[in-house]
Structures are given as structure tokens and as C-alpha cells.
Design a protein around this ligand. Structure first.
Ligand code: B1M
Length: 211
């Protein structure tokens, strides 16, 4: 088995020590960090994402895989920065104003990072103005809104309106969270609805034309 394949499997299984070891082995033999990301980390996260989508694994397994990916990224990121390499696409994500739930939002952020998007995570209880400022300052391609309360869903509409009103018309907006539906996304003028974290990866790739 090649080391890249072994690394993708270590990430998928959440085997942190092995993932870090293999990353170092690959770097030592001259493998470029970007190749390690594209051909091992993204593959491993994408595999676990598929299994999550098909209910073959659940939230803990995804979190463990994301933790392994994060540890290998900690080795690779300084090398990418040194070489001036940035992810091609940037996504801003947050839980909307009034809402403190962040477990699902964090999963989506992790999966997006696993797909090699630059992710700016604004946390919870994020005001529309803060989303607008972050989208503008980071030249975001995508803004992701999460809500878990029916009472905070209207905040999604206010945020979409604020983004459009600020002239950020090219920024694609994806919304998700347990009470949210595709119909609601359409109704408030969002570009897409993500039913789960793994599908949210497929969707943002489509939204930015990366497929
Ligand atoms: Co709260 N809570 N909660 N809660 N809580 C719910 C959501 C609730 C359904 C429980 C219930 O009554 N049965 C209910 C909402 C009812 C409603 O509005 N319909 C509720 C309530 C009422 C409340 C409070 C008001 C309770 C109170 O204080 N009286 C309060 C509100 C606080 C606030 O936000 N202002 C509150 C507080 C809390 C805790 C702080 C205790 C805690 C949150 C901890 C945290 O997030 N750090 C909490 C929790 C844990 C829950 C439940 C139990 C679990 C939510 C969760 O994390 N699910 C929840 C009941 C339940 O769902 N069983 C409940 C797991 C997570 C992985 O799923 O977030 O849906 P989810 O994310 C999925 C998808 O939805 C999707 O991908 C994820 C992975 O597949 N997704 C996206 C999510 N965001 C996405 C964004 C995307 C795309 C996909 O694109 C950007």
C-alpha cells in the first residue's frame, strides 16, 4: 500500500499517531504538502463523509477523523504558508444570531476544511453584520449559516438579505440545521440547503464550480 493511501486510511479511521507519522514520512521523501492534502487528507475525509451520509458511521467517528486531519494539517499548514499556498476557496460559517448550538456547524466546518476549503468560523450567535464583514474581509466564496431553533430561522433570512444588500451578490449562501428545509432555503433566497455535513461538502464544491 502506498503511504498516501495508508495516510488517507489513517485519517478515515482517526488514527492520529499513524497519520502524523505517515505525513512526516511523506514529507521526508519529498512529497509536496499540497499532494498530501489532495491525495490523502481530502480522500480520507471524503470517505468518512460518505459513510456518515449513508449512516455507516456517526458523529463521533467523524469528529475523530477530523481530529486526525487537524493534527496533520498542523504540520502541513506552516509549510503551505511558507510556500505562499492558500486554499483556492474560502468559506465563512457561523450559527445565526440568537442561536448557541454549534455541534452540527462545527462538523460542517471540519468537513469543509477536509475538502481543502479555507474556513473562517465565526462561532455562534453571529449577527448579520458580522457575517457581512467576514464575507467581505475574507473575500469569501461561500457563506454557511446554521440554525437549530425554529425561533432563529428568521435570522437566516435577515442574514441573506444583509449579504445581498451589501452587494455581495456573488457570494453563495448555504444554510442547514435540523429545522431547516430546502423549501425554506428557497423561500429566503439562499443558494442551497445542506441536509448534513457530508452533503454540505458536495454542495459547496458545486456552488464554487469545483467539481
Ligand atoms: Co438545544 N434544542 N436548546 N441545546 N438541543 C434542540 C435543537 C431541540 C430540538 C431540543 C428539543 O426540544 N427536542 C430544541 C429546539 C426546538 C425547536 O426550535 N424546534 C432545543 C431548544 C429548545 C434549546 C433551548 C431553547 C433550551 C432552553 O434553554 N430552554 C436552548 C437554546 C439556546 C440557544 O441556542 N439560544 C438550547 C440549548 C442547548 C444546549 C446549549 C444545552 C446544547 C447545545 C450545545 C452545543 O451545540 N454546543 C443543546 C443541544 C445539544 C440540543 C440537541 C439535544 C442536539 C443538537 C445537536 O447538536 N445535534 C437538540 C435536540 C436533538 O437534535 N436531538 C436540541 C447533533 C448535530 C450533529 O446535529 O446540529 O442538526 P445538527 O447538525 C447536522 C445537520 O443539521 C447539518 O449537519 C449536521 C451534521 O450532519 N447542519 C448543517 C447543521 N448546520 C449546518 C449548516 C450547513 C449544512 C448542514 O451549511 C452551512
Amino acid at each position: 500500500m502506498s503511504d498516501l493511501l495508508a495516510l488517507s486510511e489513517a485519517v478515515e479511521k482517526g488514527n492520529r499517531k499513524e497519520a502524523v507519522r505517515l505525513t512526516q514520512v511523506l514529507l521526508d521523501v519529498g512529497t509536496k504538502p499540497q499532494v498530501i492534502i489532495d491525495e490523502a487528507l481530502v480522500v480520507g475525509m471524503s470517505n468518512i463523509g460518505e459513510k456518515f451520509k449513508n449512516n455507516q458511521v456517526f458523529v463521533p467517528e467523524v469528529l475523530i477523523a477530523a481530529r486526525a486531519m487537524k493534527e496533520t494539517m498542523a504540520i502541513l499548514e506552516p509549510l503551505l504558508v511558507k510556500a505562499g499556498i492558500k486554499p483556492k476557496y474560502t468559506a465563512v460559517i457561523g450559527t445565526v444570531q440568537g442561536d448557541l448550538h454549534d455541534i452540527g456547524k462545527n462538523l460542517v466546518a471540519m468537513m469543509w476544511r477536509g475538502a481543502n476549503f479555507g474556513v473562517v468560523d465565526l462561532g455562534t450567535n453571529v449577527s448579520p453584520d458580522k457575517f457581512v464583514a467576514a464575507a467581505r474581509d475574507n473575500r469569501a466564496h461561500v457563506v454557511g449559516l446554521s440554525a437549530l431553533l425554529t425561533t432563529t430561522m428568521p435570522s437566516m433570512k435577515t442574514t441573506v438579505d444583509a449579504l445581498r444588500g451589501a452587494g455581495l451578490k456573488n457570494v453563495k449562501v448555504i444554510i442547514g440545521g435540523a429545522p431547516v428545509t430546502a423549501e425554506f432555503a428557497k423561500e429566503i433566497g439562499a443558494d442551497a440547503y445542506g441536509p448534513d455535513a457530508a452533503t454540505a461538502v458536495d454542495i459547496v464544491r458545486q456552488l464554487v464550480g469545483a467539481v
